[in-house]
Write a protein that binds this ligand. Structure first.
Ligand SMILES: NC(=O)c1ccc[n+]([C@@H]2O[C@H](COP(=O)([O-])OP(=O)(O)OC[C@H]3O[C@@H](n4cnc5c(N)ncnc54)[C@H](OP(=O)(O)O)[C@@H]3O)[C@@H](O)[C@H]2O)c1
Length: 363
Protein backbone atom coordinates (compact mmCIF):
# COMPACT_ATOMS: atom_id res chain seq x y z
CA UNK A 1 0.00 0.00 0.00
CA UNK A 2 1.78 3.15 -1.22
CA UNK A 3 -1.06 5.65 -0.82
CA UNK A 4 -0.77 7.88 2.29
CA UNK A 5 -3.90 7.79 4.42
CA UNK A 6 -5.01 10.04 7.26
CA UNK A 7 -4.11 7.46 9.92
CA UNK A 8 -1.56 4.66 10.09
CA UNK A 9 -3.68 2.62 12.46
CA UNK A 10 -7.14 2.60 14.06
CA UNK A 11 -8.27 0.50 17.01
CA UNK A 12 -11.87 -0.52 16.33
CA UNK A 13 -14.17 -1.62 19.17
CA UNK A 14 -12.02 0.69 21.27
CA UNK A 15 -14.64 1.19 24.00
CA UNK A 16 -14.92 -2.53 24.88
CA UNK A 17 -12.94 -4.21 27.66
CA UNK A 18 -9.98 -5.34 25.52
CA UNK A 19 -10.39 -2.30 23.25
CA UNK A 20 -9.76 0.08 26.14
CA UNK A 21 -6.74 -1.93 27.26
CA UNK A 22 -5.43 -1.89 23.69
CA UNK A 23 -5.82 1.90 23.55
CA UNK A 24 -3.95 2.22 26.85
CA UNK A 25 -1.16 -0.09 25.65
CA UNK A 26 -0.74 1.69 22.31
CA UNK A 27 -0.69 5.12 23.95
CA UNK A 28 2.10 3.78 26.21
CA UNK A 29 4.31 2.40 23.43
CA UNK A 30 3.32 4.20 20.20
CA UNK A 31 6.28 5.60 18.28
CA UNK A 32 6.01 9.44 18.33
CA UNK A 33 5.34 9.64 14.58
CA UNK A 34 2.52 7.06 14.57
CA UNK A 35 -0.78 8.57 13.43
CA UNK A 36 -3.43 6.54 15.21
CA UNK A 37 -7.05 6.93 16.20
CA UNK A 38 -9.93 4.98 17.70
CA UNK A 39 -13.34 3.88 16.47
CA UNK A 40 -16.50 2.18 17.69
CA UNK A 41 -20.27 2.41 17.61
CA UNK A 42 -21.02 4.71 20.52
CA UNK A 43 -20.14 8.36 20.08
CA UNK A 44 -20.51 9.25 23.78
CA UNK A 45 -18.19 6.51 24.98
CA UNK A 46 -15.75 7.28 22.16
CA UNK A 47 -15.68 10.98 23.10
CA UNK A 48 -14.76 10.12 26.69
CA UNK A 49 -12.02 7.67 25.63
CA UNK A 50 -10.66 9.97 22.90
CA UNK A 51 -10.47 12.84 25.39
CA UNK A 52 -8.68 10.67 27.96
CA UNK A 53 -6.03 9.59 25.42
CA UNK A 54 -6.00 12.75 23.30
CA UNK A 55 -6.99 10.93 20.08
CA UNK A 56 -9.31 11.54 17.18
CA UNK A 57 -12.21 9.11 16.77
CA UNK A 58 -14.54 7.81 14.08
CA UNK A 59 -18.01 6.44 14.69
CA UNK A 60 -18.34 3.16 12.78
CA UNK A 61 -21.14 0.77 13.62
CA UNK A 62 -20.34 -2.80 12.57
CA UNK A 63 -23.55 -2.88 10.52
CA UNK A 64 -23.07 0.43 8.65
CA UNK A 65 -21.24 -0.12 5.36
CA UNK A 66 -20.82 3.62 4.76
CA UNK A 67 -19.31 4.27 8.20
CA UNK A 68 -17.03 1.23 7.86
CA UNK A 69 -15.89 2.39 4.41
CA UNK A 70 -15.06 5.80 5.85
CA UNK A 71 -13.04 4.02 8.54
CA UNK A 72 -11.14 1.66 6.23
CA UNK A 73 -10.40 4.39 3.65
CA UNK A 74 -8.92 6.60 6.35
CA UNK A 75 -6.19 4.26 7.62
CA UNK A 76 -3.63 1.66 6.57
CA UNK A 77 -4.32 -0.83 9.38
CA UNK A 78 -7.41 -1.66 11.48
CA UNK A 79 -7.08 -3.64 14.70
CA UNK A 80 -10.51 -4.93 15.68
CA UNK A 81 -11.61 -5.70 19.24
CA UNK A 82 -15.33 -5.70 18.31
CA UNK A 83 -16.52 -9.25 18.98
CA UNK A 84 -18.15 -11.77 18.95
CA UNK A 85 -16.75 -11.55 15.43
CA UNK A 86 -19.43 -13.84 14.01
CA UNK A 87 -21.88 -11.13 15.16
CA UNK A 88 -19.99 -7.91 14.42
CA UNK A 89 -17.06 -8.81 12.15
CA UNK A 90 -18.11 -9.52 8.59
CA UNK A 91 -18.83 -6.06 7.19
CA UNK A 92 -15.57 -4.70 8.56
CA UNK A 93 -13.61 -7.52 6.91
CA UNK A 94 -15.43 -6.89 3.62
CA UNK A 95 -14.72 -3.17 3.85
CA UNK A 96 -11.00 -3.71 4.63
CA UNK A 97 -10.67 -6.01 1.63
CA UNK A 98 -12.52 -3.57 -0.65
CA UNK A 99 -10.59 -0.51 0.50
CA UNK A 100 -7.16 -2.18 0.76
CA UNK A 101 -6.78 -1.71 4.48
CA UNK A 102 -4.70 -4.29 6.39
CA UNK A 103 -6.45 -5.95 9.31
CA UNK A 104 -5.91 -7.97 12.49
CA UNK A 105 -8.37 -9.08 15.16
CA UNK A 106 -8.92 -11.15 18.30
CA UNK A 107 -11.24 -13.84 17.03
CA UNK A 108 -11.03 -17.43 18.16
CA UNK A 109 -14.09 -18.35 16.08
CA UNK A 110 -12.50 -20.67 13.52
CA UNK A 111 -15.75 -21.32 11.60
CA UNK A 112 -16.08 -17.56 11.06
CA UNK A 113 -12.48 -17.27 9.80
CA UNK A 114 -13.19 -20.09 7.35
CA UNK A 115 -16.38 -18.39 6.20
CA UNK A 116 -14.60 -15.03 5.72
CA UNK A 117 -11.73 -16.71 3.86
CA UNK A 118 -14.16 -18.45 1.52
CA UNK A 119 -16.11 -15.23 0.85
CA UNK A 120 -13.36 -12.61 0.69
CA UNK A 121 -10.06 -14.52 0.38
CA UNK A 122 -9.72 -14.26 -3.40
CA UNK A 123 -10.47 -10.52 -3.42
CA UNK A 124 -8.04 -9.99 -0.53
CA UNK A 125 -5.27 -11.66 -2.58
CA UNK A 126 -6.18 -9.64 -5.67
CA UNK A 127 -6.13 -6.40 -3.66
CA UNK A 128 -2.97 -7.44 -1.78
CA UNK A 129 -4.56 -6.95 1.62
CA UNK A 130 -3.18 -8.76 4.68
CA UNK A 131 -5.74 -10.07 7.20
CA UNK A 132 -4.48 -11.76 10.38
CA UNK A 133 -7.33 -13.15 12.46
CA UNK A 134 -6.53 -14.55 15.93
CA UNK A 135 -3.84 -12.01 16.77
CA UNK A 136 -4.40 -12.22 20.55
CA UNK A 137 -3.50 -14.86 23.12
CA UNK A 138 -5.13 -17.16 20.65
CA UNK A 139 -3.16 -17.63 18.55
CA UNK A 140 0.04 -15.51 18.52
CA UNK A 141 1.94 -17.51 21.20
CA UNK A 142 1.07 -20.84 19.54
CA UNK A 143 1.72 -19.62 16.00
CA UNK A 144 5.06 -17.89 16.64
CA UNK A 145 6.23 -20.43 19.25
CA UNK A 146 5.58 -23.40 16.98
CA UNK A 147 7.46 -21.70 14.15
CA UNK A 148 10.47 -21.02 16.40
CA UNK A 149 10.39 -24.60 17.77
CA UNK A 150 10.35 -26.15 14.30
CA UNK A 151 13.11 -23.82 13.16
CA UNK A 152 15.31 -25.20 15.96
CA UNK A 153 14.46 -28.80 15.04
CA UNK A 154 15.41 -28.04 11.43
CA UNK A 155 18.68 -26.37 12.54
CA UNK A 156 19.49 -29.66 14.35
CA UNK A 157 19.11 -31.32 10.94
CA UNK A 158 16.15 -33.33 12.17
CA UNK A 159 12.53 -33.84 11.18
CA UNK A 160 9.74 -34.76 13.60
CA UNK A 161 6.22 -36.09 13.20
CA UNK A 162 4.56 -34.36 16.16
CA UNK A 163 5.04 -32.02 19.12
CA UNK A 164 2.98 -30.67 21.99
CA UNK A 165 2.26 -27.25 23.49
CA UNK A 166 1.71 -27.30 27.27
CA UNK A 167 0.32 -24.26 29.10
CA UNK A 168 0.43 -23.20 32.74
CA UNK A 169 -1.48 -19.98 33.30
CA UNK A 170 -3.40 -17.72 35.62
CA UNK A 171 -5.98 -15.13 34.55
CA UNK A 172 -9.60 -14.08 34.37
CA UNK A 173 -12.54 -14.23 31.97
CA UNK A 174 -13.88 -11.37 29.83
CA UNK A 175 -17.58 -10.87 29.16
CA UNK A 176 -16.77 -10.60 25.43
CA UNK A 177 -15.03 -13.99 25.46
CA UNK A 178 -17.96 -15.61 27.25
CA UNK A 179 -20.34 -13.94 24.77
CA UNK A 180 -18.32 -15.38 21.85
CA UNK A 181 -18.50 -18.90 23.37
CA UNK A 182 -22.24 -18.55 24.03
CA UNK A 183 -22.83 -17.34 20.47
CA UNK A 184 -21.02 -20.41 19.08
CA UNK A 185 -23.14 -22.69 21.27
CA UNK A 186 -26.37 -20.85 20.46
CA UNK A 187 -25.71 -21.08 16.72
CA UNK A 188 -24.97 -24.80 17.25
CA UNK A 189 -21.56 -24.40 15.59
CA UNK A 190 -19.58 -27.59 16.06
CA UNK A 191 -16.20 -26.60 17.51
CA UNK A 192 -13.55 -29.03 16.22
CA UNK A 193 -12.20 -31.35 18.90
CA UNK A 194 -8.70 -30.94 20.26
CA UNK A 195 -6.51 -33.48 18.47
CA UNK A 196 -5.49 -35.39 21.63
CA UNK A 197 -8.14 -35.03 24.34
CA UNK A 198 -7.75 -36.68 27.74
CA UNK A 199 -5.41 -36.82 30.72
CA UNK A 200 -1.86 -38.14 30.44
CA UNK A 201 1.51 -37.84 32.16
CA UNK A 202 4.16 -35.68 30.51
CA UNK A 203 7.28 -37.42 31.80
CA UNK A 204 9.75 -34.74 30.57
CA UNK A 205 7.88 -32.06 32.56
CA UNK A 206 6.89 -34.32 35.48
CA UNK A 207 3.31 -33.05 35.25
CA UNK A 208 -0.08 -34.15 33.93
CA UNK A 209 -1.69 -32.75 30.80
CA UNK A 210 -5.41 -32.19 30.42
CA UNK A 211 -7.70 -30.57 27.81
CA UNK A 212 -7.13 -26.92 26.94
CA UNK A 213 -10.14 -24.92 25.78
CA UNK A 214 -8.19 -22.94 23.15
CA UNK A 215 -6.53 -26.06 21.64
CA UNK A 216 -8.94 -26.33 18.67
CA UNK A 217 -8.25 -22.80 17.39
CA UNK A 218 -4.51 -22.83 18.15
CA UNK A 219 -3.96 -26.28 16.60
CA UNK A 220 -5.82 -25.09 13.50
CA UNK A 221 -3.67 -21.95 13.18
CA UNK A 222 -0.43 -23.92 13.58
CA UNK A 223 -1.63 -26.54 11.06
CA UNK A 224 -2.08 -23.81 8.43
CA UNK A 225 1.70 -23.23 8.48
CA UNK A 226 3.23 -26.68 8.91
CA UNK A 227 2.51 -30.34 8.28
CA UNK A 228 3.91 -31.50 11.63
CA UNK A 229 1.14 -32.58 14.01
CA UNK A 230 0.75 -30.06 16.89
CA UNK A 231 -1.39 -30.81 19.95
CA UNK A 232 -2.15 -28.48 22.89
CA UNK A 233 -2.92 -29.06 26.57
CA UNK A 234 -3.16 -27.46 29.97
CA UNK A 235 -0.51 -28.61 32.47
CA UNK A 236 -1.51 -29.56 36.00
CA UNK A 237 0.56 -30.73 38.98
CA UNK A 238 -1.03 -34.18 39.39
CA UNK A 239 -3.57 -36.62 37.99
CA UNK A 240 -6.25 -35.59 40.49
CA UNK A 241 -6.14 -31.88 39.47
CA UNK A 242 -5.94 -32.88 35.79
CA UNK A 243 -9.20 -34.83 36.06
CA UNK A 244 -10.83 -32.11 38.15
CA UNK A 245 -9.99 -29.46 35.52
CA UNK A 246 -11.24 -31.75 32.77
CA UNK A 247 -14.47 -32.33 34.67
CA UNK A 248 -14.89 -28.57 35.22
CA UNK A 249 -14.54 -27.79 31.51
CA UNK A 250 -16.77 -30.77 30.67
CA UNK A 251 -19.46 -29.27 32.91
CA UNK A 252 -19.01 -25.85 31.28
CA UNK A 253 -19.35 -27.45 27.85
CA UNK A 254 -22.54 -29.20 28.93
CA UNK A 255 -23.98 -25.94 30.35
CA UNK A 256 -23.15 -24.18 27.07
CA UNK A 257 -24.95 -26.87 25.09
CA UNK A 258 -28.40 -26.30 26.64
CA UNK A 259 -30.43 -23.08 26.79
CA UNK A 260 -30.99 -23.29 30.57
CA UNK A 261 -27.24 -23.75 31.08
CA UNK A 262 -26.49 -20.75 28.86
CA UNK A 263 -28.92 -18.62 30.90
CA UNK A 264 -27.13 -19.67 34.09
CA UNK A 265 -23.73 -18.77 32.59
CA UNK A 266 -25.08 -15.42 31.35
CA UNK A 267 -26.38 -14.68 34.85
CA UNK A 268 -23.26 -15.78 36.73
CA UNK A 269 -20.55 -14.79 34.26
CA UNK A 270 -19.24 -11.33 33.27
CA UNK A 271 -21.36 -9.27 30.82
CA UNK A 272 -20.00 -7.89 27.54
CA UNK A 273 -17.90 -4.83 28.45
CA UNK A 274 -16.78 -6.42 31.74
CA UNK A 275 -13.62 -8.33 32.58
CA UNK A 276 -11.27 -9.29 35.39
CA UNK A 277 -10.08 -6.81 38.02
CA UNK A 278 -6.84 -4.86 37.58
CA UNK A 279 -5.27 -7.08 40.25
CA UNK A 280 -6.18 -10.32 38.44
CA UNK A 281 -4.90 -8.86 35.17
CA UNK A 282 -1.60 -7.77 36.76
CA UNK A 283 -1.08 -11.10 38.55
CA UNK A 284 -1.77 -13.22 35.50
CA UNK A 285 0.87 -15.14 33.56
CA UNK A 286 1.30 -17.71 30.82
CA UNK A 287 4.04 -20.31 30.57
CA UNK A 288 3.95 -22.21 27.31
CA UNK A 289 6.29 -25.16 26.74
CA UNK A 290 6.78 -26.72 23.32
CA UNK A 291 8.00 -30.30 23.62
CA UNK A 292 8.99 -32.92 21.10
CA UNK A 293 6.94 -36.16 21.32
CA UNK A 294 8.25 -39.67 22.01
CA UNK A 295 11.94 -39.02 22.29
CA UNK A 296 14.61 -39.69 24.98
CA UNK A 297 16.03 -36.18 25.12
CA UNK A 298 13.27 -33.98 23.68
CA UNK A 299 13.81 -30.40 22.59
CA UNK A 300 12.02 -28.14 25.08
CA UNK A 301 11.30 -24.48 24.33
CA UNK A 302 9.51 -22.54 27.07
CA UNK A 303 7.96 -19.10 26.54
CA UNK A 304 6.91 -16.89 29.45
CA UNK A 305 4.28 -14.21 28.88
CA UNK A 306 3.68 -11.99 31.93
CA UNK A 307 0.12 -10.76 32.59
CA UNK A 308 -3.41 -12.07 32.17
CA UNK A 309 -3.65 -14.17 28.97
CA UNK A 310 -7.02 -12.81 27.74
CA UNK A 311 -6.08 -9.18 28.39
CA UNK A 312 -2.42 -8.22 28.91
CA UNK A 313 -0.99 -10.85 26.55
CA UNK A 314 -3.84 -10.42 24.09
CA UNK A 315 -3.62 -6.65 23.68
CA UNK A 316 0.18 -6.65 23.55
CA UNK A 317 0.14 -9.28 20.80
CA UNK A 318 -2.50 -7.32 18.89
CA UNK A 319 -0.75 -3.96 19.21
CA UNK A 320 2.65 -5.29 18.14
CA UNK A 321 0.97 -7.07 15.21
CA UNK A 322 -0.54 -3.72 14.23
CA UNK A 323 2.80 -1.90 14.52
CA UNK A 324 4.46 -4.57 12.38
CA UNK A 325 1.72 -4.18 9.75
CA UNK A 326 2.14 -0.40 9.78
CA UNK A 327 5.87 -0.95 9.19
CA UNK A 328 4.96 -3.14 6.15
CA UNK A 329 6.70 -6.15 7.66
CA UNK A 330 4.11 -8.67 6.45
CA UNK A 331 5.39 -11.42 4.17
CA UNK A 332 1.91 -12.62 3.28
CA UNK A 333 -1.33 -11.34 1.77
CA UNK A 334 -4.87 -12.63 2.05
CA UNK A 335 -6.15 -14.39 5.18
CA UNK A 336 -3.05 -15.56 6.95
CA UNK A 337 -1.52 -16.40 10.34
CA UNK A 338 0.76 -14.46 12.72
CA UNK A 339 3.68 -16.77 11.84
CA UNK A 340 3.17 -16.76 8.06
CA UNK A 341 2.67 -12.99 7.89
CA UNK A 342 5.11 -11.67 10.45
CA UNK A 343 7.02 -14.66 11.94
CA UNK A 344 10.48 -13.66 13.13
CA UNK A 345 9.94 -9.93 12.94
CA UNK A 346 6.90 -10.08 15.24
CA UNK A 347 8.64 -12.45 17.64
CA UNK A 348 11.64 -10.09 17.76
CA UNK A 349 9.34 -7.12 18.43
CA UNK A 350 7.67 -9.02 21.30
CA UNK A 351 11.03 -10.08 22.76
CA UNK A 352 12.49 -6.56 22.45
CA UNK A 353 9.43 -5.09 24.19
CA UNK A 354 9.66 -7.77 26.93
CA UNK A 355 6.16 -8.98 26.12
CA UNK A 356 7.61 -12.49 26.26
CA UNK A 357 10.90 -14.29 26.80
CA UNK A 358 12.00 -17.86 26.23
CA UNK A 359 14.47 -20.51 27.33
CA UNK A 360 15.55 -23.60 25.43
CA UNK A 361 17.05 -26.77 26.93
CA UNK A 362 19.50 -27.09 24.02
CA UNK A 363 21.24 -23.77 24.79
N1 LIG B 1 -7.87 -13.84 21.17
C1 LIG B 1 -7.92 -13.71 22.48
O1 LIG B 1 -7.09 -14.22 23.18
C2 LIG B 1 -9.03 -12.87 23.06
C3 LIG B 1 -8.91 -12.34 24.33
C4 LIG B 1 -9.91 -11.49 24.81
C5 LIG B 1 -11.02 -11.23 24.03
N2 LIG B 1 -11.12 -11.82 22.81
C6 LIG B 1 -12.28 -11.57 21.93
O2 LIG B 1 -12.33 -10.18 21.66
C7 LIG B 1 -13.67 -9.77 21.55
C8 LIG B 1 -13.91 -8.59 22.48
O3 LIG B 1 -13.77 -8.98 23.82
P1 LIG B 1 -14.05 -7.94 24.98
O4 LIG B 1 -13.86 -8.66 26.25
O5 LIG B 1 -13.32 -6.69 24.73
O6 LIG B 1 -15.64 -7.70 24.73
P2 LIG B 1 -16.52 -6.40 25.01
O7 LIG B 1 -15.98 -5.66 26.17
O8 LIG B 1 -17.92 -6.88 25.06
O9 LIG B 1 -16.29 -5.50 23.71
C9 LIG B 1 -17.00 -5.70 22.52
C10 LIG B 1 -16.76 -4.50 21.63
O10 LIG B 1 -17.55 -4.67 20.45
C11 LIG B 1 -18.23 -3.45 20.23
N3 LIG B 1 -19.46 -3.60 19.47
C12 LIG B 1 -20.56 -4.28 19.80
N4 LIG B 1 -21.50 -4.11 18.86
C13 LIG B 1 -20.98 -3.29 17.93
C14 LIG B 1 -21.47 -2.71 16.73
N5 LIG B 1 -22.70 -2.98 16.27
N6 LIG B 1 -20.66 -1.91 16.04
C15 LIG B 1 -19.40 -1.63 16.46
N7 LIG B 1 -18.89 -2.14 17.60
C16 LIG B 1 -19.67 -2.95 18.33
C17 LIG B 1 -18.55 -2.94 21.63
O11 LIG B 1 -18.92 -1.57 21.58
P3 LIG B 1 -19.48 -0.81 22.89
O12 LIG B 1 -18.28 -0.48 23.71
O13 LIG B 1 -20.15 0.38 22.32
O14 LIG B 1 -20.40 -1.77 23.59
C18 LIG B 1 -17.20 -3.19 22.27
O15 LIG B 1 -16.30 -2.17 21.91
C19 LIG B 1 -14.54 -10.99 21.86
O16 LIG B 1 -14.93 -11.58 20.65
C20 LIG B 1 -13.60 -11.92 22.59
O17 LIG B 1 -13.91 -13.29 22.40
C21 LIG B 1 -10.16 -12.61 22.31
Amino acid sequence: MTEIRQFDLIIHGATGFTGRLAVRELSRIAPPNLRWAISGRNSERLTALATEFDREFLVADSFSESQLDELTKSCSVVLSCAGPFASFGEKLVASCVKNKCNYADLTGESHWIEEMTAKYGAQALANEVTLIPSSGFDSVPASLGAQEFLKRIALDGRTIKSFGGYYSMRGGLNGGTLASGLKLAEDKIAVPNASRPGVFKVAALNKYATDFVMAPINERVVALDCDVDYHEHLLTPNIFVANLVRGYFGLLGWLMSCSVGRSVLRKLGPNPGEGPSAKIIANGFVKHTFLEDECDNPLRLTFTWPGDPGNTVTVRCLIHTGLALVASESQAIGFTTPAAALGNTLLQRLLDAEVCSYTCNSE
